[in-house]
Design a protein around this ligand. Sequence first.
Ligand code: ADP
Ligand code: MG
Length: 263
Amino acid sequence: PADGTASARTDSGSRPRAGTGDPLLRIEDLHKSYGNEEVLQGIDLAVERGDVEVLVGPSGSGKSTLLRCLNLLTPVDSGHIYLGDTEVTAPDTDPNEIRQQIGMVFQDINLFAHLTARQNITLGLRKVKGIPKDEARKRADAELERVGLADQADSYPAQLSGGQKQRVGIARALAMDPEVMLFDEPTSALDPELSNEVLEVMDELVEGGMTMVVVTHEMRFARGGATNITFLSDGQIVERGPPDKLFEDPDRERTAQFFQSIR
Ligand code: ADP
Ligand code: MG
């Protein structure tokens, strides 16, 4: 990273925890409406480097909108988002720059059908980052290896399973060397066994110290991987805390009800 801090990618496998009260990602009083519906009603959230924030909440509570605001796929109405010292929501921010630093993986696996797995990854590296062909190829292959798909570099999306496609999507985002990774229900469209291979890759990212914001119904991942769980309802944060606290002893009745409903 340009600020000279340690890369999120460590080979040690230990999770670097800043714990400095100086968060990598900071959201302040974020508001967003669609028409008359205020979908985000003043969100405040701070995520430290190496931490994993899991967002849960009923359908329509604003989880996807929040993630989309974070990497400028959706413009905010008011409030601020900061990535380190950079204000993401500043009017002169280049969205392409932000999307390199804040990678996103969607529920709908959006690979280009006419490109191989490797080409899906090299495309952004060459077009957005201006990386030469050979180097882009090397990086793509390294990322494919990281997600366990070294042998599928020349496969087209139609030749891959849903889980493999999702892993290519993760590799594509990782290739940009992001500071933060956002995941919006990455396994919701997958059968359980295919979900597992994606969750394993996510677990490895957690182990490697990647800063992540993850919307998921996979409570096993939330329980094992989350630093904090944020429970969102009707565009507001109802409660936030470590997984054990939210699962076992939440302060709010609504939180308890939600976890009961998804059990
Ligand atoms: P979640 O991901 O928690 O299910 P969303 O962020 O997708 O929730 O949606 C929150 C609310 O915003 C829902 O009522 C949804 O219908 C509405 N919404 C989301 N995206 C749009 C959009 N592009 N235009 C209009 N309404 C939207
Ligand atoms: Mg959603």
